[in-house]
Design a protein around this ligand. Structure first.
Ligand SMILES: Cc1cc2nc3c(=O)[nH]c(=O)nc-3n(C[C@H](O)[C@H](O)[C@H](O)COP(=O)(O)OP(=O)(O)OC[C@H]3O[C@@H](n4cnc5c(N)ncnc54)[C@H](O)[C@@H]3O)c2cc1C
Length: 442
């Protein structure tokens, strides 16, 4: 690295948060270096090729609500890089498809299920006072669901689906993650959706952008081009951090002195790599929890029987919680005449040999494929730390860690650096925040 060490600022990780920090720091400081352990940029926003198919790390659909981040992405990639896509997403349960979100569209389910959902929603509404402040809402996610949606929607979707997704009981997680992600229709909308008067465009992700070619990693590649490749060093893992001396030890044996440090690696890993961590911070780190996700990349011969971009599978009897298709959003993600699926598994215990036949049975029952012969390959993958668990310790533990990091001139950002449940756009926004912390604050 050719720079004056005493002026160097370091960003750990060239995922979207790290790349955005670099892009936002352009023209402010040339002695910024992004160090990335992997041999590519993008982090979770990466794409891989298998037999001519392109797969992202499960569905990575780009929702850009912030005007500045939208402008940044379009500047980096060019407007022509993307196709706008209208979300096609449904729930598959009791052998039938219903529209997303479940809570506003129970029409079509067996009559007893519809009855449970509607009556539960009415009872919950009658029991709930008007004008609730957020601070007065139930803290436990399972209680929050019953409070707003009632017993039926809790039982038939919210509780089983979220237990499958998070890998822990809905009693163990708090409601704090879900304000933005779980649409909360009024009783009138729940009733309308139960009798077939459907609600369109509900939720945070009704439309999204997707690259016409090459998968989501192309966005990271273009951001790296915009930020400047010479300031990104790949294949460089940070092994140890000494916050008191402001030094880093790298996987290549080199040591560096930094002025300020922006981190985007997972928060527990960061603490594990720091020297002289106070006991209180170590204890807080021990309380951070996350769920690993195992998913399957599947190549399919022929066209899929359903057009959805993703389908929620809440029932416990199936080992997957969500099935999505890249090719339904962008046909260029597979060779001509083929389709692709990504399947996110909720069964994290059993061997894949036992799970995969049940997955294929499910794909046939969902009428996505007609028979197993259409399956060209199934490639399993893992995402460590995929979902940070918002349990009763989460907020306090995370707060203690961030407060200490700030004192030692480390800002930890991004979905895993900050340790939260958020989107690619949030990672880009975090990069802007990190750049301001580096260069616009005293
Ligand atoms: C299953 C799943 C589905 C998702 N779907 C969507 C979606 O549809 N839409 C959406 O907007 N968002 C989605 N997201 C969220 C999105 O992936 C993240 O918000 C975003 O990619 C996070 O970027 P980041 O830079 O914060 O972290 P990361 O992408 O994790 O980047 C961190 C980087 O740090 C590097 N690193 C780690 N340790 C070290 C070390 N010791 N030394 C050097 N480098 C290191 C890593 O290699 C990595 O490149 C999804 C996430 C998951 C898990």
């Amino acid at each position: 690295m050719n720079m004056q060490q005493d002026q160097m600022d370091i960003v750990i990780g060239a995922g979207l948060a790290g790349l955005s920090t670099l892009v936002h720091s352009q023209h402010k400081q040339e002695h910024l270096q992004v160090l990335e352990a992997a041999d590519h940029v993008g982090g979770k926003a990466k794409s891989e090729q298998i037999q001519g198919f392109t797969f992202d790390v499960t569905g990575h659909w780009l929702h850009l609500r912030d005007a500045e981040m939208r402008a940044l992405v379009l500047k980096a990639c060019g407007a022509d890089h993307f196709a706008p896509v209208e979300r096609l997403s449904r729930v598959w349960s009791h052998g039938v498809y219903t529209r997303y979100p479940f809570q506003a569209n129970v029409y079509g389910l067996p009559p007893q299920v519809v009855h449970d959902c509607v009556m539960g929603a009415i009872e919950a509404r009658l029991a709930r006072p008007d004008n609730i402040e957020e601070a007065d809402e139930p803290q436990k996610f399972s209680d929050w669901v019953r409070f707003y949606f009632g017993e039926g929607i809790a039982k038939h979707f919210m509780i089983p689906y979220n237990a499958k997704l998070w890998g822990v009981s809905a009693d163990e997680i708090t409601s704090r993650w879900c304000q933005r992600f779980v649409p909360r229709p009024q009783l009138e909308s729940i009733v309308a959706g139960a009798v077939g008067c459907h609600q369109e465009g509900m939720g945070y992700n009704a439309t999204f952008l997707y690259p016409k070619q090459g998968g989501i990693q192309t966005v990271a590649e273009r951001l790296a081009d915009l930020g400047g490749r010479k300031q990104i060093q790949l294949n460089t893992k940070i092994e140890q951090i000494d916050p008191s001396k402001k030094t880093l030890r790298l996987s290549n044996g080199q040591s560096l002195v930094y002025r300020k440090l922006v981190n985007t690696m997972p928060l527990p890993d960061l603490i594990d790599r720091c020297l002289a961590v106070p006991n209180e911070v170590k204890e807080a780190r021990a309380r951070l929890r996350a769920t690993e996700v195992i998913y399957l990349n599947v190549g399919i011969e022929g066209v899929l029987g359903q057009a959805d971009h993703w389908i929620y599978v809440p029932e416990e009897r199936w080992p997957m919680y969500r099935v999505g298709s890249f090719t339904n959003a962008m046909p260029s993600m597979a060779p001509s005449g083929c389709s692709s699926l990504y399947i996110e598994l909720s069964d994290r215990e059993r061997a894949l040999e036992d799970i995969i036949p049940e997955v294929i049975e499910g794909l046939i029952a969902m009428e996505l494929i007609q028979d197993q012969a259409q399956v060209k390959f199934i490639e399993p993958r893992r995402i460590p730390n995929a979902y940070v668990i918002y349990d009763e310790h989460y907020h306090e533990a995370r707060e203690i860690i961030h407060q200490w990091l700030t004192k030692v001139d480390i800002l930890s950002v991004g979905r895993y650096g900050d340790w939260n449940y958020s989107s690619m756009e949030d990672a880009l926004l975090d990069g802007k925040r990190a750049s301001e912390w580096l260069y616009d604050t005293p």
